[in-house]
Design a protein around this ligand. Structure first.
Ligand code: NAG
Ligand code: NAG
Length: 443
């Protein structure tokens, strides 16, 4: 503190000056007692505090949100801490300040005074009137009251977690003035939003908006609606669920690149399957445990586990093919599949470079009647020209004949072809699945 600014003499002057400006506030405890006794003499807290009972009590209401304590997706409730700001004019509480030593206002517990019977009707617990009896109320000498009851409000809120962890919810807290018609208790909102001057952020939920409406429910009563729009902070789920899961899945896919002879494929698969299963149990604690509506992410998790299972099955199947007895001939269907794959690969390679050399090798190796026929057909015409120009309609024939006649498709070839197909299939399935998931949840 700066001693030059706050020397004792300055303080004295300030105190005296403020005394003058506010009028002499030198009332005694006796005077306060006297005032309270006078005011409460004949006061009935059950009656609306207006002299003319045809007139409404005008209640100005504001709501200050202090914090969002809990959002429970399973029981569909939101728990918040908030303070109401009520102001109304109590016509029975009026006094002449000069008659009571210049007393301008006083504070008391609200037990003996009329307070508005506001109830949270969307409460997820027992209904109770807003404000505890011990909570203080302040009256000015002109009868204006200042009543700020704070409480923890637990309200029902329907939540749609389909887009977890990018979900957003609107929670409506409905406060009803029980027992009074809008003509008797007229509520006025002091703002169209909740006040946030003392708001403390929640670690899991962002408050992205709020609305306040005073609604009349038919003839009977009016409600003070507080709407809170909250959005989940997705970072936790992304860092702790999505990224580990995506990496585990990618790791699972590379099993098809492990050499079969190493004998590690099965153990690799099982280890990853276990890792994903363990991750799922951890993830389960962070996921909304609700079946209606189910989050898209839950389906994705299930899909990842299914994929891991299928990869394991495919690996086992592939191994059984690899170690198949070589004397057993490869079934026609498998041979065809491998041929089609080879044809595609060779076709692609040929387009790139040496079509002529390949074809000549084929010509030398193949000594089959059909091949001879083709050969003669080709040599009759302008073979070289057609080969060099690379017209697509001729090459497939050559390839088909070549592969048809080569008996060297072993079980190992089938196995390696299967590896390629399985990897492409699972990789595309994974990429498409992940893209669809993010496409749905990030809108
Ligand atoms: C306060 O009131 C009591 C009786 O009501 C009286 O005896 C007492 O003198 C008063 N005190 C002051 C300081 O006025
Ligand atoms: C009361 O709420 C309504 C609806 O949200 C709004 O239009 C109006 O401006 C609010 N009144 C005050 C004084 O802010």
């Amino acid at each position: 503190m700066n001693s030059r600014c706050w020397s004792p003499s300055t303080v004295t002057v300030v105190v005296i000056l403020s005394g003058f400006l506010q009028g002499c506030q030198c009332h005694t405890l006796n005077e306060s007692k006297q005032l309270l006794t006078d005011l409460l003499d004949g006061y009935n807290k059950n009656l609306r505090p207006v002299k003319n009972q045809f007139m409404p009590v005008v209640l100005v209401v504001g709501f200050e949100l202090i914090s969002i304590l809990d959002v429970d997706e399973v029981s569909q409730t939101i728990t918040i801490m908030g303070t109401f700001e009520f102001h109304w004019a109590d016509e029975s509480i009026k006094w002449q300040p000069l008659a009571y030593g210049g007393l301008l206002s006083f504070t008391s517990s609200n037990e003996q005074f009329w307070t508005p019977p506001i109830v949270l009707t969307t409460s997820s617990g027992a209904l109770k009137k807003l404000g505890e009896p011990w909570q203080p109320i302040r009256y000015d000498f002109d009868g204006i009251s200042h009543f700020y009851p704070s409480d923890v409000f637990s309200s029902v809120c329907t939540m749609d977690i389909t887009n977890f962890p990018y979900d957003q919810h609107e929670c409506l807290l409905e406060f009803v003035a029980l027992g009074y018609t809008p003509e008797e208790l007229y509520m006025v909102n002091s703002s169209n939003k909740v006040f946030l001057s003392t708001y403390t952020k929640n670690g899991a939920w962002d408050l992205i908006g709020s609305e306040i409406h005073v609604t009349r429910i038919a003839e009977f009563t009016s409600t003070y609606d507080v709407k809170l729009i909250i959005k989940r902070i997705s970072r936790f789920a992304i860092m702790n669920i999505f990224i580990p899961l995506i990496f585990l899945s990618l790791l699972n896919l590379v099993v098809f690149f492990i050499p079969v002879e190493s004998g590690e494929r099965i153990s690799f698969c099982i280890t990853l399957l276990l890792a994903i299963a363990v991750l799922m149990t951890i993830v389960g604690d962070n996921l909304p445990k609700t079946s209606y509506p189910m989050s898209v992410f839950s389906y994705y998790l299930c899909g990842v586990l299914t994929m891991s299972n299928c990869i394991t099955l495919a690996t086992i199947f592939n191994l059984s093919m690899y170690y198949q007895d070589e004397s057993k001939s490869v079934p026609y269907l498998w041979r065809m599949a491998v041929k089609i794959m080879r044809y595609e690969c060779l076709g692609r390679r040929k387009q790139e470079t040496t079509c002529g050399i390949k074809s000549s090798i084929i010509d030398e190796n193949t000594v089959h009647p059909i091949s001879v026929v083709t050969e003669t057909d080709l040599t009759n015409g302008d073979t070289e020209k057609r080969r060099n120009s690379g017209s697509g309609d001729l090459k497939p024939d050559i390839e088909y004949i070549q592969t048809e006649n080569k008996p060297d498709i072993s079980w190992k070839d089938v196995s390696s072809a299967f590896d390629r197909v399985a990897f492409s299939f699972f990789f595309s399935a994974f990429v498409i699945g992940t893209a669809v998931l993010f496409g749905i949840i990030i809108q």
